[in-house]
Design a protein around this ligand. Structure first.
Ligand code: ARG
Length: 389
């Protein structure tokens, strides 16, 4: 008996995959797995209903805690960001793939499958993790080069129905919401307000600003306004607060791994607030040399994650380096939320490298700086002198 485990979201692509895996690929048993990384509850519920109906065996894995602790916290420590994109979809894919592989190993399946097309980044992210095993990898939509219209035809042929036709393609988890497709594909198309669900537009945000206080321990956010909070609830709370103030919208042209440019829209209030706050705290506690070097490390980290290459040993090495610098990233950050903007307005840390002894108002032995100043800009002085001759 040939068995395959499919990464199942409940949407059109992955739903069509189930009958195709049976009829086109000849699998006898299709096991559908939905990995919960904080999608809306309604999506999880629909995936379960549809998955149970269509597949031979359906499983749901709650990976929210794991997603936050092993993936999002790493991202915060690394100031994860790719061309301004907070890496929401990218960072979830390897975790989903990992759980699909685990089920496949338990079930002694022959293959793993995903419903990604051959156009995007997600195929690469799933494949990169899937192919670290000996399992066969199947991607029906990509292999059969199906268009959206053809998929819809298959769906009705196989009796798969959706209550509402979705205008946009949305990918959502606890860290971000990504919206693409339809008219949004046209870079000049101004998106209607209705595509946004986590954030209000800045002009609808409350007139009054709100200052919040976020506590960090070793680079990880642990408290809000003095109350200790677990990662999942902290992120949810910040999504709500930030969203209310219209914070965390991105509309961008993104360079996909394959080199295609695509128009992408995201919502990510908690991510914006936490990344701003974390970066600011680093500025207080890390040395100038560390900060300069980190720019390079964080960028390398983000590129790997965007490409889904978390199995590259470099990812592990970068994380080890980052964890070392984060030992001193402890303290509090005050952020002001106001009309679409999260701005840091104060910070404090037991590890601060800031010294009052040399501050603006301090009485300093100023003559000591004379020698340093003497040769400052020495090379340009010579060039200028030569030009005058
Ligand atoms: N472009 C983003 C990425 O590659 C997000 C894709 C999300 N997909 C969607 N159907 N909205 O990570």
């Amino acid at each position: 008996m040939k068995k395959v485990v499919l990464a199942y979201s409940g949407g059109l692509d992955t739903s069509v995959c189930i009958p195709l895996l049976r009829e086109h690929y000849g699998y006898d048993k299709v096991i559908a797995v939905t990995v919960d990384v904080g999608q809306p509850e309604i999506d999880i519920k629909e995936a379960k209903e549809r998955g149970e109906k269509l597949s031979d065996s359906y499983r749901e894995v709650d990976a929210k805690e794991e997603f936050v602790h092993d993936y999002i916290f790493r991202l915060i420590k690394a100031n994860g960001n790719y061309e301004g994109y907070v890496l929401g979809t990218a960072i979830a894919r390897p975790l989903i793939a990992k759980h699909v592989v685990e089920v496949a190993e338990e079930e002694k399946a022959d293959a793993v499958a995903h419903g990604c097309t051959g156009k995007g980044n997600d195929q690469l992210r799933f494949d990169a993790v899937f192919r670290t095993t000996d399992l066969d990898v199947v991607a029906p939509i990509r292999e059969m080069s199906l268009t959206r219209e053809e998929e819809k035809r298959y769906a009705s042929e196989y009796g798969i129905s959706f209550a509402t036709e979705k205008r946009w393609s949305v990918d959502e988890n606890i860290w971000s919401r990504s919206i693409e497709g339809s008219e949004l594909e046209e870079p000049s198309f101004v998106p209607p307000e209705e595509i946004f669900q986590w954030t209000v537009s800045a002009d609808k945000a409350p007139e009054n600003a709100e200052v919040i206080k976020i506590g960090f321990v070793q680079g990880i956010p642990v408290s809000l306004n003095g109350t200790k909070m677990g990662g999942v609830s902290l992120i949810r709370k910040l999504n709500e607060l930030g969203g209310k103030h219209g914070i965390g919208r991105t509309d961008t042209i993104e360079d996909r791994v394959l080199g295609f440019k695509s128009r992408e829209i995201y919502e990510h209030p908690a991510a914006t607030i936490l990344l701003e706050a974390h970066r600011d705290l680093e500025q207080l506690v890390l040395t100038r040399n560390e900060l300069r070097f980190n720019d390079f490390v964080d960028r390398a980290w983000s590129e790997l994650v965007y490409q889904g290459l978390v199995m590259d040993p470099l990812y592990e090495s970068l994380n080890a380096f980052i964890d070392k610098t984060q030992e001193r990233v402890n303290g509090l950050v005050y952020a002001r939320l106001e009309k679409g903007v999260a701005r840091v307005v104060g910070r404090q840390s037991p590890n601060a490298l800031y010294s009052k002894d040399v501050s603006f108002d301090a009485k300093l032995e100023q003559k000591g700086a004379e020698g340093f100043s003497m040769y400052h800009g020495f090379q340009s002085r010579i060039v200028r002198r030569d030009q005058k001759r």
